[in-house]
Design a binder for this molecule. Structure first.
Ligand code: C2E
Ligand code: MG
Ligand code: MG
Ligand code: MG
Length: 279
């Protein structure tokens, strides 16, 4: 009973819609104080190099530990943060957490470890470009800039204005890498792949889930891998849950896998222990 229309064509709220909107209101109220109260957390999900079996990458994924509601997933609060102008502060906070995590990993491991950060299109907007200082921030904190991967979605590139293009160029010039997230689900115009300096395509989970059963998904994923490699890009498959999926991806030459088969996203301390055990 989503969009019931009254006899006069007026839309009215059904009880479930009202509940949903009340929930959004509550989330919004609490979200304002989530950062100062220290309720946000960054989880890390390892990304496995399929060809070598090594783990030198991870994705940063935000979580909200709400005092009453427990752990809230980003799908529930990121859209609200975007709608109400809170995403920039949240994005900055996540980035600072990631920088400090990279510094710790750098000290422990000697080898290069990369963390990818999801960046909302809205973080590219506004007069004071809040992303411009990211390379400087990393340098100031002694974190190698090429340890950060910026994850953006196809939508951003489709609507890319000069400001977006300039910021992406600024990242690339400072050795930060760029990944296209959820690749294959947006309204793709593949021409952006040659227009921007992109390093990774992350094949969307929806293609991976049925890889073994759906020959179309298999064909599309293979085609993405071939195209990416021809363009000099690396491919990360998300949502890999089974050994069979991993095997198929290995056979088609996919570069990296991320998914529950390797590990679920986990808090920083658990992630450190996971890496120790994996070595
Ligand atoms: P995403 O960037 O595409 O992240 C991948 C999502 O897939 C994550 O969900 C991850 O937990 C989930 N996932 C990973 N492996 C598997 C698997 O094998 N099976 C299944 N079923 N799921 C898997 P999560 O953490 O709930 O995040 C959802 C989305 O929220 C992210 O999608 C991203 O778009 C957004 N997000 C998360 N953190 C941030 C952030 O710091 N900033 C912004 N702007 N967006 C964020
Ligand atoms: Mg992502
Ligand atoms: Mg580059
Ligand atoms: Mg994704």
């Amino acid at each position: 009973a989503a969009k019931n229309k009254g006899r006069n064509g007026f839309c009215y709220f059904t009880p479930s819609m009202q509940e949903a909107s009340q929930k959004r209101m509550l989330i919004l109220t609490d979200l304002h104080s989530a950062i100062p109260r220290g309720e946000l957390e960054v989880y890390y999900q390892p990304i496995l190099n399929l060809q070598t079996g090594a783990i030198y990458k991870a994705e940063a994924l935000i979580r909200w530990r709400h005092p009453q509601r427990g752990l809230i997933n980003p799908a529930e609060f990121i859209p609200i943060a975007e709608e109400h102008g809170l995403i920039r502060d949240i994005g900055e906070w996540v980035f600072c957490q990631v920088a400090s995590q990279l510094k710790t990993l750098q000290a422990e491991q000697q080898t290069r470890f990369q963390i990818s950060v999801n960046v909302s299109p809205l973080q590219f907007q506004g007069l004071d470009n809040c992303l411009a200082h990211w390379p400087v921030y990393l340098e100031k904190h002694g974190v190698s800039q090429d340890n950060v991967i910026i994850e953006i979605t196809e939508g951003l590139l489709l609507e890319a204005n000069d400001k977006v293009a300039e910021q992406l160029l600024h990242f690339a010039r400072n050795n930060m890498q760029i990944a296209i997230d959820d690749f294959g689900t947006g309204y793709s115009s593949l021409s952006y792949l040659k227009k921007f300096d992109i390093d990774y395509l992350k094949v969307d989970k929806s293609f991976i889930f049925h890889l073994a059963a759906d020959s179309d998904d298999l064909a599309l994923t293979k085609a993405i891998v071939i195209m990416a490699h021809q363009l000099g890009l690396k491919v990360i498959a998300e949502g890999v849950e089974t050994e069979l999926q991993r095997q198929l991806l290995l056979e088609m030459g996919c570069d990296y896998v991320q998914g529950y088969l390797i590990a679920k996203p986990m808090p920083a301390d658990q992630f450190a222990a996971f890496l120790q055990a994996a070595r």
